[in-house]
Design a binder for this molecule. Sequence first.
Ligand code: ADP
Ligand code: ADP
Length: 224
Amino acid sequence: MSISVIGANKRYGEFAALDDVSIDIPEGSLTSLLGPSGSGKSTLLRAIAGLDRLDSGTVKINGRDVSSASPQQRDIGFVFQHYAAFKHLTVRENIAFGLKIRKRPKDEIKKKVDELLDIVGLTVFQKRYPAQLSGGQRQRMALARALAVDPQVLLLDEPFGALDAKVREDLRKWLRKLHDEVNVTTVLVTHDQQEALDVSDRIAVLNKGRIEQVGAPDDLYDRP
Ligand code: ADP
Ligand code: ADP
């Protein structure tokens, strides 16, 4: 599904968190929203998710205004920095959760969860509880859980932000692999330029509530 944001404005008092932001996010792309803290990245992501109302402007997912769709119709996978897993459920049960509440057939759930466990490399840990996982493994579980229900779009808000540098680097590779296999339109919020360069097809650079540049990594940055 493609995402299109048209003339988005959002103020908190006098402060413009989003100042006339427009961007087209192509179907199947992995687009990063890159910028310093306070530049409006999360506000834009929440607007795309339909979680926050804009003061003006619209967000469309495949041509449909998100504000006119019910939460179920929006069908969005969301992963945050501090991911809340169900601590009394195993890794497998956490990933299966969304499919169970949608009452999908058992064999379909099994197949899907096996596939995702494999993609995120957690097959051997499927019977563990979240507390028994490393931070990186927990975020991989979060990605698998968000994808289990085949969301239209996947929105990631600094999903690796709380982890140390080595693990973050590792997770970039997982995210890239996951995206190549599942190919869902993905938007990643990050303040880490290297992360954006490593994983994205496109980068939108935000500053003070405005998009300063949008393009492929190689169009924006001169890399050795
Ligand atoms: P980023 O994700 O780039 O760090 P945010 O979108 O979270 O930026 O925030 C953009 C600006 O809007 C920040 O200056 C922040 O303080 C402000 N802001 C965000 N949410 C609120 C809120 N609920 N109330 C007041 N100010 C907010
Ligand atoms: P993170 O995602 O936080 O980097 P890793 O999964 O890379 O965590 O590693 C966490 C620990 O689990 C490491 O000690 C690693 O050696 C071990 N580990 C990772 N994958 C497997 C696996 N498939 N089988 C057994 N041990 C593993």
